[in-house]
Design a protein around this ligand. Structure first.
Ligand SMILES: Cc1cc2nc3c(=O)[nH]c(=O)nc-3n(C[C@H](O)[C@H](O)[C@H](O)COP(=O)(O)O)c2cc1C
Length: 193
């Protein structure tokens, strides 16, 4: 048996990302769980940023942003960036998170996040009370100590990375569990008949 709840905005798991926009002198951090890869060529992603917060207008003005994947070790700082506004305070100063210069865009990346995506704003629209920003990923930074093979971004050690997972609806932070299979392969084991 199932029950229904009408239209709900429940979807999980989501990564907990820290989106930065601004410059090395002055930048804001906003916690964003509604993020998705959109296309592969060119590589783009979409983020949903509420129109009532500070970050939406800042991203439109700056025309670029970085998406930094949070880890369990910075859970408190990541949550802080999602409950306080950059209108009122400097979240880098308050959290102690460290700005690092990006290679291509003006917005800095966050040192404590092991994976950082530099994005140029290429499109946006408002739906309801939310800005939908499309960012073209123009550079990718990874902590080298997490790579099992220095030349392969697909060799990131996920257990060591320990990404902070947000469970929407239930409202919990969790960590990634054990590997259970190989995508694009395991399906071949299904035999019909
Ligand atoms: C775990 C978590 C996930 C969040 N995800 C989003 C999101 O996807 N989109 C959004 O607009 N706000 C999201 N928020 C809320 C914003 O981070 C929050 O409104 C923030 O204070 C806005 O900061 P700003 O005014 O500096 O932009 C999230 C908050 C938390 C704690």
């Amino acid at each position: 048996m199932k029950t229904t709840f009408g239209p709900q905005k429940i979807m999980f798991p989501c990564p907990t990302t820290l989106v930065v926009t601004g410059s090395m002198e002055k930048a804001n951090i906003v916690t964003i769980a509604w993020v998705s890869l959109l296309t592969s060529k060119p590589p783009t992603l979409g983020i949903s940023v509420g129109t009532r917060g500070f970050s939406g207008e800042e991203i439109k003005a700056n025309k670029d942003f970085t998406v930094n994947i949070a880890t369990v070790s910075i859970m408190t700082e990541a949550d802080f960036c999602g409950i306080r506004s950059g209108r009122d305070l400097d979240k880098f100063a308050e959290t102690g998170l460290t700005k690092m210069p990006s290679k291509v865009v003006r917005s800095p990346i966050i040192k404590e996040c092991p994976l950082n995506l530099e994005c140029k704003l290429v499109d946006w629209r408002i739906i309801g009370r939310t800005n939908h920003f499309v960012g073209e990923i123009v550079e990718t930074h990874v902590d080298t100590n997490l790579l099992e093979d220095a030349d392969n971004i697909g060799s990131i050690d996920i257990r060591a990375f320990d990404p902070l997972i947000y469970i929407g609806g239930v409202r919990e932070y969790r960590r990634v569990g054990e590997k259970v299979g190989d995508p694009y392969k395991i399906g071949n084991e299904l035999k019909k008949g």
